[in-house]
Design a protein around this ligand. Structure first.
Ligand SMILES: [Zn+2]
Length: 1010
């Protein structure tokens, strides 16, 4: 046999491209097209349908960036087409090299009912099958001229990312707008040839199957008359029937195809456009479900469902019907597909509360799986939250994007900080936009790492982000791969069907302990600092609003703002979406996010203020109360209570020998030198110096930061090769407040003002930093070289902390050169530790050196303050920023927890004479309350959530400050746990108190009936 593969493969490609695919629509007539360009933002459907359009034709330019154009197409089906299948081909000017990320449309009938979406690889609308001939056709298209931000020139700065800077240049050229005959037989031949051609290319040359398929393909091509494809397609298909009918091997890999469209809730488009993207895609998918009985579609992100319900009721009606049929499936059980590194404990929990509750309320459906295909890494606190929400499984494929290390499993148990294990699957197809290409299915089977014990994997299938989801072609190809020799077996299934099978076949999966760190996109912990700050402030304001509203409701009958808190939570949760909080969206998104966070803060402050005033008593009494929102006693005021604070001690400030200033509050003695650098932090009681000898802390370091790609997302390791220490000060002077030093510096086009202060009675050096930032492609770090030898350090995560190595022994450790913390990082030698706490920064790095000077070890903790990438927002982070950090020498991890809360919850003082007792009191600082609120069911029950925060065992007594008739242990959704709580874990005593015995990091939710 001669090896003529190249010849046959080349022939297949050319004949498919140039002859067979064009014959799918062999005859066509142009439609008349008219257009009305909506001035400005999108208009309601009725307004678009009733507008008066002007004529436009194929070849005309249309579509200012972010504009909306309503096209009206009209025509008559030629009478001679009677009995044939007819479609409208509506090509808005699509670039077929990209499945989404460009213009899109939603087709309506004149009565306003949606038909389907129009997308680059899905531009047809069925008119009739068969037609009678002579039918009048009239369709309306709501077309969005969203500009292409990423693709043609990836990562080059562009003004197109905000309608305020995008200009008015038309973005698209109207292409084919025709009525056409659809030849089903030719289309089926295309599907046959694509499936076999793609499978053939994946099969081993040594095996017979590849050659059998090749000869069948050759015979089919021989059977096609290139001058009469439509007349000979059936004969060509007959040549392929045999090779398509050979069944799959019994050991073939099983792919559960889940119809899907990954729609980023905002990214290279604003939030308002996502509302329409979802409407277009859901219209497509309900239409596809109607015509394809085997197909199943899953959609995640309750927020996106809520948008369809609110904004497109006509689409929603179809969705509800498809859900009832069990084929349009809610997935994931979260409000959005959020980031999981940065959301705080309660926010991460509420993603599940609000997501799961939406699907329960609307459909009575509870999700067992967590669906996060695209999230940039997974915090070690997450498994416990998934379980506490009543979910069991996790899906993501993102870790396959890691640049350095290959993850060793696709199906495994993921163990979090408290020991909770979650059955987790990484689809080996390595994409969330599977298109049923033979190469993808073959890759999934080959790549699957657990094939020794398991056979099933999941493939999220369909074009996302404006691609419209799955296509009829994907369904046709999946049907051919249902039982095909040489291919994996493909079946449409729901996520739950997949997980049930995967779990059953794999009883003892491998275990991965700790975070699922993504070795990429590390700069998402820092980019768009104001968005991150908005998130952190909102999370703490929500804590305060719930705490004081609940306290005021119980103590003073103050109305609890259920509806407002529900809405505000959902707003904050939406902004934790995996391209908003990470800072990887266009300028428009972040500009709006900052405004939204300001409005959220305004509303929450008003709620807090009203509740506190209801509690404070006589405002004219001449006394002031401190409301302590933190989980630990503060200035003598108990956690969750309010009374006059007890202020301790004082701070002295004086000149330092050799220049600079010395601050001393009896606990710490801090030396700031003439450059404004902290050269000594002396822990007086311990007799120990925190700053490494010969080095200086509070050192700002500026690095060039131009990653190889993904500017807002990535910082590449080489950024550390060069950098500048900002040691020149403009001025170092006593600050306005006593016991503070003010430092100003200028660098580049930017300016920094810092206030360093020692508060009386606090074992904490406070550092307030204001940066007027006007750099480009730079990374600003705040460094603390510490005289501590530690193999590992702790970073706060949800409901606890996780450890990372300070060394780089292995490639896994070296790859974590930028990592996430919540309110603190902490490191220690036996008997003495130190923490760096912050009010809004997440990125940090910790490195070590051994000193020649004395053989001691310097461990340097650096907080990441600001970056200045130019894509996708060319003006990222320009302007004024404020950060608050504090160095806490002599800190245990418990001190780090406490001080982390202190810097994030500034004291609130109010005039009043009442002493407000806390609603709940815990007698052990290791047990930290994260939420006190009234139950969401409006029963008036008090819900309190707490966890063991030190990483050890804790016994504690919880005392309610009100009569309690019943204590129930619940899940995050405030439902009684069906599983009995661990014996002795939570015991309600006769005296009304609750005895607690908690495991390390254990999370508990109690519902206290009044
Ligand atoms: Zn995404």
């Amino acid at each position: 046999m001669h090896d003529d593969r190249k010849l046959v493969e080349g022939r297949l490609k050319r004949v498919l491209d140039e002859r067979i695919r064009p014959a799918v629509h062999p005859e066509s007539v142009p439609l008349d097209v008219a257009v009305w360009h909506a001035p400005g933002e999108p208009v309601p459907v009725a307004e678009g349908l009733s507008a008066t359009p002007e004529p436009i034709a194929a070849g005309d330019r249309w579509g200012a960036p972010w504009g909306t154009s309503w096209f009206t197409v009209t025509g008559t089906v030629p009478p001679e087409w009677a009995g044939r299948t007819v479609e409208a081909i509506l090509d808005l000017g699509f670039d077929r090299n990209m499945p989404g990320f460009q213009c899109e449309g939603l087709v309506y009938r004149p009565d306003g009912t949606p038909v389907k979406g129009l997308h680059p690889l899905n531009d047809w609308v069925r008119i009739g099958a068969p037609v009678e001939g002579g039918e009048e056709v009239r369709l309306h298209i709501e077309a969005a001229s969203n500009p292409v931000i990423l693709d043609y020139h990836p990562f080059l700065p562009t003004p197109l990312g905000d309608k305020e800077t995008a200009g008015t240049q038309p973005q698209y050229t109207l292409a084919r707008m025709d009525l056409a005959v659809f030849d089903e037989t030719v289309w089926q031949l295309v599907m046959d040839l694509e499936v076999l051609g793609e499978l053939m290319a994946e099969l081993p040359v040594e095996g017979a199957r590849r050659w059998e398929i090749m000869r069948a393909v050759e015979r089919a091509l021989d059977a096609v008359d290139l001058q009469d494809v439509n007349g000979t397609a059936a004969a060509a298909r007959e040549c392929l029937a045999g090779v398509l009918a050979t069944p799959a091997a019994p050991s073939a890999h099983r792919v559960s195809a889940v119809g899907h469209a990954h729609i980023d809730s905002a990214w290279l488009w604003p939030l308002r456009e996502t509302v329409r993207k979802v409407a277009r895609t859901t219209s497509n998918m309900t239409a596809l479900l109607e015509s394809e009985p085997s197909f199943v579609f899953a959609m995640s992100q309750a927020q996106q469902w809520a948008w369809v319900k609110e904004h497109r009721p006509e689409v929603w009606a179809k969705v509800v019907k498809a859900v009832a049929a069990g084929r349009f499936v809610p997935a994931g059980g979260m409000w959005v597909e959020s980031d999981t590194n940065m959301p705080g404990s309660e926010a991460m929990a509420r993603q599940f509360v609000h997501g799961k509750r939406f699907f329960l309320d609307e459909f009575g459906i509870e999700n067992d799986e967590v669906w996060l295909p695209d999230t940039f890494g997974f915090a070690a606190g997450l498994p416990q939250i998934i379980k506490a929400a009543g979910s069991r499984w996790l899906l993501t494929q993102k870790i396959s994007w890691s640049q350095t290390n290959t993850f060793p499993h696709h199906t495994f148990l993921w163990e979090g900080i408290d020991g909770t294990r979650i059955f987790t699957h990484f689809p080996p197809v390595d994409t969330y936009n599977c298109s049923m290409k033979g190469s993808e299915i073959a890759h999934a089977a080959r790549n699957f790492k657990d094939k020794d014990l398991a056979r099933h994997s999941l493939a999220p299938t369909g074009w996302g982000d404006g691609g419209g989801g799955a296509t009829r072609e994907m369904v046709a190809k999946a049907a051919r791969m249902r039982d095909l020799e040489g291919s994996a077996v493909v079946t449409w299934e729901t996520p739950a069907e997949f997980f049930t099978k995967a779990e059953a076949e794999h009883p003892r999966p491998a275990v991965w302990v700790g975070e699922l760190y993504l070795e990429l996109h590390r700069a998402t912990l820092t980019s768009q600092a104001r968005t991150k700050q908005g998130n952190r402030r909102s999370e703490h304001l929500l804590r305060e609003a719930e705490l004081w509203s609940a306290t005021a409701a119980v103590r003073a009958g103050h109305p609890y703002p259920y509806e407002r808190l529900d809405r505000l939570w959902k707003t904050v949760l939406l902004h934790q979406f995996h391209d908003i909080l990470p800072g990887s969206s266009i300028a428009w998104v972040h500009r709006e996010a900052e405004k939204t966070y300001a409005a959220v803060a305004g509303e929450l402050n008003a709620i807090i203020d009203a509740a506190q005033r209801a509690l404070a008593g006589d405002a004219g009494a001449g006394t002031r109360l401190l409301f302590n929102s933190a989980p630990h006693t503060r200035d003598g005021v108990p956690a969750g209570g309010a009374q006059a604070p007890v202020m301790a001690g004082g701070t002295t400030a004086g000149p330092r020998e050799g220049g600079g200033h010395v601050l001393d509050n009896g606990l710490l003695r801090v030396e700031v030198d003439g450059r404004g650098l902290v050269v000594s932090v002396h822990d007086i009681a311990a007799g120990r110096e925190a700053v490494a000898p010969g080095q200086a802390a509070n050192l700002l370091q500026l690095h060039p930061d131009f990653p190889n790609m993904w500017d807002a997302w990535d910082v590449d390791a080489f950024y550390r090769n060069t950098g500048t220490d900002l040691v020149e000060a403009d001025e170092v002077a006593p600050g306005e407040e006593p016991g503070t030093v003010r430092v100003t510096r200028s660098f580049g086009r930017s300016k920094v003002t810092q206030v360093l202060g020692l508060r009386p009675g606090a074992r904490r050096l406070d550092i307030d930093t204001e940066v007027d930032w006007h750099e480009t492609e730079k990374f600003l770090k705040l460094a603390f070289p510490l005289d501590v030898r530690a193999e590992r350090y702790a970073s706060e995560t949800q409901y606890g902390h996780a450890y990372r190595a300070t060394h780089t022994n292995t490639s896994w450790e070296a790859a974590k050169f930028e990592a996430c913390n919540h309110r603190f990082v902490h490191l220690e030698e036996p008997g003495w530790g130190i923490a760096l706490v912050n009010d809004s920064t997440y990125g940090h790095d910790v490195t070590r050196t051994v000193r020649d000077l004395d053989g001691g070890t310097t461990t340097t903790v650096r907080a990441s303050l600001l970056r200045a990438p130019r894509f996708p927002d060319p003006e990222t982070d320009q302007g004024v920023h404020r950060f608050r950090h504090a160095l806490v020498p002599g800190a245990t991890v418990g001190d780090a927890v406490r001080e982390g809360y202190v810097v994030n919850l500034p004291a609130r003082h109010l005039p009043g004479d009442a002493e407000v007792a806390p609603l709940v009191t815990l007698d052990n600082d290791a047990v930290v309350v994260t939420a006190v609120k009234l139950a969401d069911d409006e029963s008036g029950d008090v819900v309190v959530r707490f966890h063991e925060a030190h990483g050890g065992r804790a016994a504690a007594t919880l005392t309610a400050g009100f009569p309690v008739s019943q204590v129930t242990v619940t899940d995050l959704l405030e439902r009684p746990l069906t599983e009995a709580p661990r014996e002795g874990g939570v015991t309600w005593r006769e005296d009304g108190t609750v005895a607690l015995r908690l495991r390390p990091f254990e999370l508990v939710t109690l519902r206290l009936r009044r």
